[in-house]
Design a protein around this ligand. Structure first.
Ligand code: SF4
Ligand code: SF4
Length: 65
């Protein structure tokens, strides 16, 4: 049940600076959460001003990688 970033991301950077696990990086189009590092604390989901971070089923993960 990983957190992922949708196309609603506006690259504001809030999630990246707020992730204590340093699991989030920036791509050309949106933020990217490394599910192997993420501890699923939910901070980024709560802080995203665009509601771009969502929790998905494992079988949906491939759509966001
Ligand atoms: S906080 Fe939301 S809008 Fe800002 S970079 Fe992260 S995912 Fe994108
Ligand atoms: S859920 Fe927590 S650990 Fe995972 S990317 Fe978001 S802020 Fe970082």
């Amino acid at each position: 049940m990983p957190y992922v970033v949708t196309d609603e991301c506006c690259l504001c950077g809030a999630c990246i600076s707020g992730c204590e696990s340093e699991a989030i990086s920036e791509t050309e189009t949106k933020a990217f959460i490394d599910v192997n590092i993420c501890v699923e604390c939910g901070t980024c989901e709560r802080n995203c001003p665009s509601q771009a971070i969502i929790f998905v089923d494992d079988d949906e993960l491939a759509n966001y990688q």
